[in-house]
Design a protein around this ligand. Structure first.
Ligand SMILES: NC(=O)c1ccc[n+]([C@@H]2O[C@H](COP(=O)([O-])OP(=O)(O)OC[C@H]3O[C@@H](n4cnc5c(N)ncnc54)[C@H](O)[C@@H]3O)[C@@H](O)[C@H]2O)c1
Length: 375
C-alpha cells in the first residue's frame, strides 16, 4: 500500500477552541481513513512558555511564541486559527499569502468587509478554507437536511432558531475579549453567527431581516473580583425576524445571558407536510413529525443517532450510544482534509463565513436604524 502524503498542522491558539481543534484532528486520524498522514507540527500561542506547555499536552512537535514562525515553515501545510476574532484577518491573510490552507474559527472576522477580503484572497490563491460552524457537522443535522431536500416535510414555511448560553449571565463575570467591540459585536456575532449558519444550511439564503439588540449588563469588572468597572457596548441578547429567499419566514435569538441555558443551539423547522425539532442539548436526537402518518397516530417521533447516520458509525458501531462535541470537530477536520485532497468541498468555507458575517453586520445596522433591510 502506498504511503499517504504527510500534511503538517500549524495551530495558533490553545484555548477552548485550540484544544478542540487538536482533539478533532487527533480523533479524525484514528476514526477516519484520511487522505493524509497528519503531522502535529507546530503550536503557536502568545508566549513561548504557554505554547510549549500546550504543545506538550496536545501532542505538537514544536512550539513558538510568535505565530508568524508558522508562515515560512515548509512543514506546515494547514494554518489553523483559534484566536480571538479580531486576529483572524491578519493571520488568515498572512497564511493565504504563503499558499497554505486555512482553517479558522467563527465568526470569520469582526466585519463583513474583512470577511470578504479573506474570502477573496483565499479564492484567488486557490487554497482550501474551513470555518468552524461545527454544529452543521452533526450527523442528525445532516439527516435533517436530507429529509428537507427529499421533500419529506414538504415545502418549508417557517424556521425558529435560538443560540442561548449563560456564560455572561453573572453581572460580575469579568471583561473578556468577547466584550471588545473590535471583535465584531456581542452575543449576535459570537453565538448568533452559529444559528444564522444553521438557518442558511437548512432553509437556504436569507433575503431580508430586521433586528433588535440589547445590552442587559451595562458595565462589568475589568478583572474577576476587582472594583474597577468598564462600560459594555456590545449586545447581550439579540432577536431577528427573517425572510428567506424561498418565501419562508423565520425568527431567531442569540443570548449569552440566558440563565441556566448551557448549549441551547435549538431550532424548529415547519413544512407543509411535517416538522423537525432539534436541540444541541440532546444532539444525538432528531424529532420528526409527518402528516403522512395516519390520523390518530400522528406525533413527533424521536430518531436516535446511529451508524445509519454518516459518519456516526465511524465513531461507534452501536446506535444510541452518542457522540460528543469534540467529535463534531473531528468530522469538520475530516471534511476539510478531504477537500484539500481534491474531494468534494463540503464546507462551510470562508465564503459561507462571509455570507453569515454579512447577516450579522446587517442585523446590527437594522437594530441601529430600526427597520427591515434587504441582504
Ligand atoms: N466553534 C465553536 O463552537 C466555538 C466555541 C468557542 C469559541 N469559538 C471561536 O474560537 C475563537 C477562540 O475562542 P476561544 O473560546 O477558544 O478563546 P480562548 O480565549 O479560550 O483562546 C484563545 C487562544 O488564542 C491565544 N492567542 C491570543 N492572542 C494570540 C496571538 N497574538 N498569537 C497567538 N495566540 C494568541 C490565547 O492565548 C488562547 O490560547 C473565537 O473566534 C471564538 O469565536 C468557536
Amino acid at each position: 500500500m502506498a504511503a499517504k502524503p504527510t500534511l503538517g498542522i500549524g495551530l495558533i491558539g490553545s484555548g477552548f477552541m485550540g484544544k478542540a481543534h487538536a482533539l478533532g484532528f487527533a480523533t479524525a486520524r484514528r476514526v477516519f481513513d484520511l487522505p493524509f498522514a497528519l503531522d502535529f507540527a507546530v503550536l503557536a500561542d502568545v508566549d513561548a512558555a504557554l505554547a510549549e506547555r500546550a504543545a506538550q499536552a496536545l501532542g505538537f512537535r514544536r512550539a513558538t511564541g510568535n505565530w508568524r514562525d508558522l508562515l515560512d515553515d515548509p512543514e506546515v501545510g494547514v494554518v489553523d486559527i483559534t484566536t480571538p476574532n479580531m486576529l483572524h484577518r491578519e493571520m488568515a491573510l498572512a497564511a493565504i499569502a504563503t499558499g497554505k490552507h486555512v482553517y479558522c474559527e467563527k465568526p470569520l472576522a469582526p466585519t463583513a468587509a474583512a470577511a470578504r477580503e479573506m474570502t477573496e484572497a483565499a479564492e484567488a490563491a486557490g487554497v482550501q478554507t474551513q470555518i468552524g460552524f461545527n454544529y452543521l457537522k452533526n450527523p442528525m443535522v445532516t439527516l435533517a437536511r436530507d429529509l428537507i431536500a427529499g421533500g419529506e416535510i414538504g415545502t418549508i414555511r417557517s424556521f425558529r432558531g435560538v443560540h442561548a448560553e449563560d456564560y455572561m449571565a453573572d453581572a460580575e463575570a469579568p471583561w473578556t475579549w468577547r466584550l471588545d467591540p473590535a471583535d465584531g459585536g456581542g452575543a449576535l456575532a459570537d453565538l448568533g453567527s452559529h444559528i444564522l449558519a444553521t438557518a442558511r444550511h437548512l432553509a437556504g439564503p436569507i433575503a431580508s431581516l430586521t433586528a433588535d439588540v440589547a445590552t442587559a449588563i451595562g458595565e462589568r469588572p475589568v478583572a474577576a473580583g476587582g472594583v474597577e468597572r468598564r462600560a459594555v457596548a456590545v449586545d447581550d441578547v439579540a432577536r431577528l425576524f427573517l425572510r428567506f429567499a424561498n418565501g419562508a419566514t423565520g425568527s431567531l435569538e442569540a443570548s449569552w445571558i440566558a440563565t441556566g441555558r448551557k448549549m441551547q443551539h435549538e431550532w424548529e423547522i415547519y413544512g407543509s407536510e411535517g416538522a423537525i425539532l432539534f436541540t444541541q442539548e440532546r444532539f444525538n436526537e432528531l424529532r420528526l413529525y409527518s402528516t403522512r402518518d395516519r390520523p390518530g397516530r400522528r406525533g413527533f417521533r424521536t430518531i436516535f443517532a446511529g451508524p445509519e447516520h454518516e459518519p456516526y458509525g465511524a465513531f461507534c458501531v452501536a446506535p444510541g450510544h452518542q457522540i460528543g462535541f469534540n467529535d463534531l470537530k473531528a468530522i469538520e477536520a475530516r471534511d476539510f482534509l478531504e477537500a484539500i485532497a481534491g474531494g468534494p468541498a463540503k464546507g462551510p468555507d470562508f465564503r459561507e463565513g462571509y455570507e453569515v458575517q454579512k447577516l450579522v453586520d446587517l442585523a446590527y445596522r437594522s437594530a441601529h436604524e430600526g427597520r427591515w433591510l434587504e441582504v
